[in-house]
Write a protein that binds this ligand. Structure first.
Ligand SMILES: [Cu+2]
Length: 156
């Protein structure tokens, strides 16, 4: 191997490493930013809407894993009703969805692909367990797009 080949291989490895590392670091920085953004004790719930499966999931959906991963439905989301705010960070991985919690008077919010809407819910000791929905017809499995907010008893 001559000198030129060594330099070429080195640069090739450098390019490949950057392709993997850059998105990874962006993700890490984003996670760090999100966790430091809200006041301490805030209950942050991140939900990703997927039309083809008709689910909301708490598992991060990226442009990589969207195609092969089987995401777990956010069936029951435990929340504390202790005066700390609850922040829903909701996004769509595909088509237009809409997020609402009727019983808690969270009116439908438009949830666009790739954009996060942040919805704050105050807790006051009178929160009830209830369902959250998608309010926008988003495909065949739209009517499966619901989940349950479960208020933990103070001891839990
Ligand atoms: Cu829907």
């Amino acid at each position: 191997m001559n000198r030129k080949n060594i330099i070429e291989s080195f640069l090739l490895v450098l390019v490949l490493v950057s392709i993997v590392a850059v998105p990874f670091f962006i993700l890490k920085i984003n996670n760090y930013y999100q966790s430091s953004k809200f006041s301490k004790g805030t209950q942050v719930i991140t939900l990703y809407g997927i039309a083809k499966e008709g689910i909301w999931t708490e598992e991060p959906v990226t442009s990589f894993n969207y195609w092969w991963k089987k995401f777990k439905r956010a069936e029951e989301i435990p929340v504390r009703d202790d005066g700390t705010p609850i922040i829903f960070r909701v996004t769509s991985t595909d088509v237009l969805h809409s997020f609402a919690i009727p019983l808690l008077r969270v009116d439908p919010y438009e949830v666009k692909a790739g954009q996060f809407v942040e919805i704050e819910l105050k807790t006051n000791g009178r929160l009830q367990s209830t369902e959250f929905f998608c309010y926008q017809y988003c495909g065949q499995n739209h009517y499966d797009m619901y989940g349950m907010l479960v208020v933990l008893s103070p001891a839990e």
